[in-house]
Design a protein around this ligand. Structure first.
Ligand SMILES: [Zn+2]
Ligand SMILES: [Zn+2]
Length: 286
């Protein structure tokens, strides 16, 4: 396995213009990246401007970037029993899928939501039908359901729950999973030891299917196995550690799938994260 064969990326800022995300990705030699396409803490979104979209697409092409992800707003909760919140979440999800289509982006990453105020079973049904409906209203982009860490009443911290959601989404070829290494470790799956890693991936494959695994958030974890706490750490500095991260890096079944860093220092820390990976591959850091 060589570093250059990986589809590495990072969550990138769109400050100053959305086209800056691909421009700055190229500085890390990334082959993919993730952005917010709107303010992630607000419901409203300014419409995309055509000249910005053209500039974005041209920078993506020029820098040979692909498997790009938009991370959906943190406010969306399709699992909510509150009619108005669910309605806003559904409209928000469809709107974000349309923005992906406009930008030519393949994937929209979505937190499954929470079951607070209802039962897990009803929340899962509501999330699945909401995703299906948003897909039906739009053209191209796929929804990737993100593995959850299991904080509070969040849904989707077990492969069984993710499988149930995906089963309930009608439009199968436009749905998949974004595997967050920090969240999966925190939720209690031992992906750190080589044996543990193999059995977790086998379990994922039998319950969900590796072909549904479309991309990764590659993060170390500040908290330990089964802590159910969602706190990212720089690669190699956390409880998952370089050993855990390298299980994913070295797994040939995962080649071509985007691996996006969401580490706490953001763009300030990516070079350091990448150097840990390079060193563990026996290549010189920069
Ligand atoms: Zn996320
Ligand atoms: Zn997280």
């Amino acid at each position: 396995m060589k570093f250059e064969e990986l589809t590495m990326g990072g969550h990138m800022s769109s400050a100053g213009g959305i086209w800056n995300a691909p421009v700055n990705s190229a500085k890390f030699n990334f082959r993919s990246f993730q952005i917010f396409s709107k303010n992630q803490m607000q419901w409203s979104a300014r419409p995309l401007v055509e000249s910005d979209v053209d500039r974005f697409k041209s920078e993506v092409r020029k820098n040979r970037l692909g498997g790009i992800m938009v991370h959906a707003s943190y406010l969306l909760n399709l699992g909510s029993p509150k009619e108005d919140l669910r309605e806003k979440s559904l409209n928000g999800l469809a709107d974000e899928l349309r923005r992906c289509d406009t930008l030519g982006i393949e994937y929209l990453v979505l937190h499954p939501g929470s079951s607070s105020g209802t039962t897990l079973k009803l929340a899962i049904e509501s999330i699945a039908s909401g995703i299906g409906s948003a897909i039906d209203q739009t053209e191209r982009a796929s929804v990737l359901i993100e593995t959850a860490a299991g904080q509070g009443s969040t849904v989707g911290h077990t492969f069984e729950e993710l499988a149930s959601i995906l089963d309930g989404v009608g439009n199968k070829d436009r749905s998949g999973v974004c595997f967050d290494t920090c969240h999966v470790y925190a939720s209690g799956y031992d992906i750190k030891s080589p044996d543990g890693y193999e059995s977790v991936m086998e379990k994922f494959d039998s319950l969900i299917g590796l072909k549904k695994l479309k991309g990764f958030h590659l993060n170390d974890s500040k908290k330990g196995l089964g802590s159910r706490v969602d706190r990212h750490e720089q690669i190699g500095d956390g409880m998952l550690g370089a050993d855990g991260i390298m299980n994913f890096i070295r797994d040939n079944r995962l080649r071509g799938k985007p691996m996006v860093l969401e580490t706490p220092l953001g763009e300030e820390g990516y070079e350091k994260d990448l150097n840990v990976i390079r060193k563990n591959l026996g290549e010189d850091g920069k």
